[in-house]
Design a protein. Structure first.
Length: 341
């Protein structure tokens, strides 16, 4: 029986040393498997491409099916991974059966990639499989979620016990699973996708620059009948937010607001998006009143609600609801079933 082929994509943006560490960890876990690694420099412009190319040559990884390519533009997480998938299929001697997406600040633990592969091979209805993610200190990260909704926006922003109990079935972050289970969507730090899913639904929607792109991809997979599964046996160490700087945001960046709006509009329509934003603002006001009473500060960027409301109003007046991008499956793979994502 021929071993299934795995194409691993690691997207770099100005973290060359860490990206090489992630590739080294992935290469160790791919040992014995029919696999290749493609490191995509997302137009870092800081010498990352040259540094990583030299590192691959120095380590002798050329013979281990490790390549570094330059995307030529920084179109964001989805666009960079799409470029890598296309290049990977074009360069592969045999068609990949699975695509494994790994963050540049994520390091697969022992047996982690094999666990994802084993689950996908044993469960043909599973289209996407993701890992249990933990920090360098061993603390678990929230990476398994329900799809965002109006009720989920209210609950997540209010952070109030009675509301959370009332809307418990709509809370977006799931309790960290202690066993392998089906979820709505997974964070894309360590996720393996079946090739047939991408043939069916297309690649990442490149309208998203950062955030919500994997949420959208998993939702499209679910609508097409594919399961997304959290594989508890697959463990990956993740630092988190190294390229994006999310932990140090003083103001919420426009690309996050754009991505959030686009997710709701493309999946539910303009009216639903407006109600979701209203629910978030309402919940945020509740959280602020509680913080004032309790004399506590909120852990979020400054002026978040003002920026959210202003963005929604400006977008409504300008008609910003963007159409989904046409993202085709790589020419090197089987014919695309559905071109529009």
């Amino acid at each position: 029986m021929t071993q299934p082929r795995i194409l691993t994509i690691i997207l770099n943006y100005r973290t060359p040393d860490m990206t090489i560490e992630a590739a080294e960890a992935a290469l160790r876990e791919l040992s014995g498997l029919n696999a290749s690694i493609l490191i995509v420099d997302n137009d870092s412009g800081d010498g990352s491409f040259e540094q990583m190319t030299a590192a691959v040559a120095q380590k002798g990884w050329d013979d281990a099916n490790v390549e570094v390519v330059q995307s030529g533009r920084n179109g964001g997480f989805g666009a960079g991974n799409n470029y890598g998938i296309r290049q990977g299929f074009a360069r592969s001697k045999s068609t990949p059966d699975y695509v494994y997406i790994l963050n540049s600040d994520a390091f697969p633990d022992k047996g982690s990639i094999k666990a994802l592969l084993d689950h996908l091979m044993a469960n043909p209805k599973t289209g996407m499989a993701g890992s249990y993610i933990h920090g360098p200190d061993g603390g678990p990260h929230l990476t398994a979620f329900r799809f965002p909704s109006i009720a989920g926006e209210l609950e997540g922003a209010a952070k109030l016990g009675p509301i959370s109990r009332l809307l418990k079935n709509h809370i977006v972050p799931l309790p960290i699973p202690d066993h392998t289970c089906k979820v709505d969507w997974l964070a894309g730090a360590s996720m393996m996708m079946r090739r047939e899913v991408l043939e069916d639904i297309g690649l990442f929607d490149e309208t998203f620059f950062l955030y919500f792109e994997e949420t959208d991809l998993c939702r499209r997979a679910a609508l097409a009948g594919w399961d997304t599964v959290y594989v508890r046996e697959s463990e990956v160490t993740h630092i988190g937010s190294v390229s994006t700087g999310m932990k140090t945001w003083k103001r919420i960046p426009k690309f996050w607001l754009d991505s959030r709006l686009h997710y709701f509009v493309r999946n539910h329509g303009v009216g639903y998006a407006a109600l979701a934003t209203f629910a978030h603002i309402t919940g945020g006001c509740i959280a602020r009143l509680r913080a004032i009473v309790q004399r506590k500060s909120l852990r979020e960027p400054q002026y978040f609600l003002i920026d959210l409301a202003s963005h929604a109003l400006t977008s409504a007046l300008s008609g910003q609801a963007k159409r989904p991008r046409q993202i085709t499956f790589p020419d090197g793979g089987p014919p695309q079933k559905g071109e529009q994502i």
